[in-house]
Design a protein around this ligand. Structure first.
Ligand code: ADP
Ligand code: ADP
Length: 237
């Protein structure tokens, strides 16, 4: 599903975000990336949908080398990659339903989104996905009326509405308290198990990684320093 071949990324200021990464991630895996702040976790995850662009190597996603894709092809691939962020990235003044349907409309939206015209089918899909994360009763609330945990669940429903092949979650629980963090991780894990969507999550905390991951990748200073099943992790990376 994903293969990094000698991938390096040097930021314009000279900071090396990734150093010669070689790794394969298979269809359906639930992978957690751990490491201290600055280790390169975010750079790794953002490379996969080219929110940042590696400066060297090849990066295969669904058998396309995304470093060589042109604008239109890249946009098409991105429609199949669901992204979840630490700060939810919802449109705060829009309704939950509009936020969720926008997952399907793509990044820029369309005239339908501007005029709030949604088909029955779109509304039903949004409702079904909100139901999967138990937040369907907030359908007509504005996003900024929800708590952090509720907003993150809405962002999971938005990603599901994209019907993605891959979910990338960049520190999805870093702004949440421990019980809410576990709830969000449980939903991500459950969706991975039910839908077999390849899922890659960045986390600060190793104990949470061990609890949810099938496979843990440890990073330090832009390099992979551990890669194995959660059961083999014994110390902090
Ligand atoms: P996190 O710890 O969640 O990765 P950071 O505070 O490191 O967040 O980064 C926040 C934002 O600032 C990101 O968009 C990142 O790309 C950018 N950033 C981080 N470090 C630098 C840096 N040294 N120079 C410029 N931008 C940076
Ligand atoms: P993590 O997600 O593990 O906290 P990052 O991938 O955000 O790590 O950062 C890896 C390294 O790259 C850090 O040294 C960070 O400061 C640097 N970095 C991140 N974003 C940028 C940026 N936009 N410009 C320059 N340096 C950056």
């Amino acid at each position: 599903m994903i293969e990094f071949q000698n991938v390096s990324l040097v930021y314009p200021n000279g900071t090396q975000g990734l150093k010669d990464i070689n790794i394969k991630i298979n269809q359906g895996e639930f992978v957690v990336i751990v490491g201290l702040s600055g280790a390169g976790k975010s750079t790794f995850i953002r490379s996969i949908n080219r929110l940042v662009t590696p400066t060297d190597g090849a990066l295969l996603v669904d058998s396309n080398d995304i470093l060589r894709l042109k604008g239109k092809e890249l946009r098409k691939l991105r429609t199949k990659i669901g992204m979840i962020f630490q700060n939810y990235n919802l449109v705060r003044r829009s309704t939950v339903m509009k936020n969720v349907i926008s997952g399907r409309l793509g990044y820029t939206g369309t005239w339908k989104s501007i005029f709030n015209i949604f088909s029955k089918e779109e509304q039903l899909l949004a409702y079904e996905n909100l139901k999967r994360v138990n937040i369907e009763e907030k359908l007509y609330n504005r996003a900024d009326e929800l708590s952090g945990g509720q907003q993150q669940r809405v962002s999971i429903a938005r990603v599901l509405t994209q019907q993605p092949k891959l979910i990338l979650a960049d520190e999805p629980v870093a702004s949440l308290d421990p019980p809410t963090s576990h709830q969000v991780m449980q939903y991500l894990k459950q969706i991975n198990q039910e839908d077999h969507i390849t899922t890659i999550v960045n986390l600060h905390f190793i104990d949470m990684a061990i609890e949810y991951a099938d496979r843990i990748i440890g990073m330090r200073a832009g390099e992979i320093v551990f890669d194995g099943p959660a059961s083999e992790v014994t110390e902090k990376t």
